[in-house]
Design a protein around this ligand. Structure first.
Ligand SMILES: Nc1nc2c(ncn2[C@@H]2O[C@H](COP(=O)(O)OP(=O)(O)OP(=O)(O)O)[C@@H](O)[C@H]2O)c(=O)[nH]1
Ligand SMILES: [Mg+2]
Ligand SMILES: [Zn+2]
Length: 299
């Protein structure tokens, strides 16, 4: 039995990447009844039925580590949270929320700050400091700095490598410009990635993973509604997905410390010492309140 990843599917027909090539797969009768869903990103076991034509059948889906409904993609490894240094200024509330939501869904957050040509070293340092303790990968780029584009492209490709990625960010931060950088500059057909992503926009049913490099994939940009906390996510789980707080919370007096009113709280100490970001903590408190009110409304 071979293992592979579904790249795209049409009704009961799927393209499965098995590493060195793509196999066109159909479903076995028992799987055609619609009980089991198969989505891009799904890790599947297949059997080759026709070696010459690269055809096969999907035997079964392996357990998913996560699933997004819009776009419907399984097993997302990484979310590229894209912001601009200016025009528009970073929406820190959104960044902090997306980071926490991502971790809650077992997706690694990466922070990309674009348009550094519009900012100075000091502003970049402030942003870097703010997320220093979060352990999220963070890069600063500009799609306008022509001479540095090969360097930025390489950095982006390294981050995306061997992963299923999704790109998120509000309008105008430079998502399309970033995809254009990834698209150009080598022997692949220019514009292939953006063209494929554009095609997928009209139909959520035919979402596909677009290949960036040998083993890196990019899914359609998710709608922000699908980047909410899972329904069963409780307020007391927030400290566990605010990754910068995890490595210090064992020093809080109470082991289930919310880092709010409790005495002898290591997180509040680290904020006073200027190690953890005060602004990020304000957003933490806001998210706790939001999760509490959501719970009350039986959402
Ligand atoms: N100064 C500057 N402008 C940039 C940079 N990158 C992109 N822009 C400009 O910012 C604007 C928005 O860029 P897009 O790539 O279209 O942004 P987007 O995130 O795809 O926006 P939506 O498609 O609306 O979600 C365009 O006018 C770009 O030319 C940059 O590094 N520096
Ligand atoms: Mg765009
Ligand atoms: Zn605490």
């Amino acid at each position: 039995m071979l293992k592979g990843t579904i790249i795209k599917g049409y009704s009961s027909f799927y393209y499965v990447d098995i590493g060195e090539r793509i196999i066109s797969c159909s479903l076995r009768g028992k799987n055609r009844l619609g009980k089991n869903d198969f989505y891009p990103g799904d890790l599947v076991e297949i059997k080759i039925t026709n070696e010459d034509k690269s055809e096969g059948v999907i035997e079964r889906t392996l357990e998913r580590k996560n699933f997004l409904l819009r776009p419907p993609v399984a097993n997302i490894d990484q979310i590229i949270i894209t912001s601009a240094m200016k025009q528009p200024s970073p929406d820190y509330m959104l960044i902090d929320r997306l980071m926490a939501v991502a971790v809650s869904k077992n997706i690694d957050p990466v922070l990309v700050f674009n348009k550094i040509d519009l900012s100075d070293e000091q502003e970049i340092e402030e942003v870097r400091k703010r997320y220093e303790e979060s352990e999220a990968t963070i890069i600063f780029i500009s799609t306008m700095e022509k001479d540095k584009i090969p360097l930025y492209k390489k950095q982006l490709e390294e981050i995306l490598m061997n992963k299923i990625n999704i790109l998120a960010g509000i309008s105008g931060v430079g998502k399309t410009s970033i995809i254009n950088i990834l698209d150009g500059g080598d022997d692949r057909a220019v514009g292939k990635i953006s063209e494929k992503l554009k095609r997928g926009k009209h139909t959520t049913r035919h979402t596909e993973l677009v290949q960036i490099g040998d083993h890196s994939w990019l899914a359609d940009s998710p709608g922000f509604s699908s980047l909410d906390f899972p329904k069963d996510f409780k307020p007391e789980m927030l400290p566990r997905v605010y990754i910068d707080y995890l490595k210090y919370s064992n020093l809080c007096k109470f082991n289930n410390c919310f880092h709010l009113e409790e005495p002898d709280c290591e997180i509040k100490r680290k904020i006073e010492e200027g190690i953890l970001s005060k602004e990020r903590y304000e957003n933490y408190k806001y998210l706790i309140e939001e999760l509490k009110s959501r719970e009350g409304s039986q959402y």
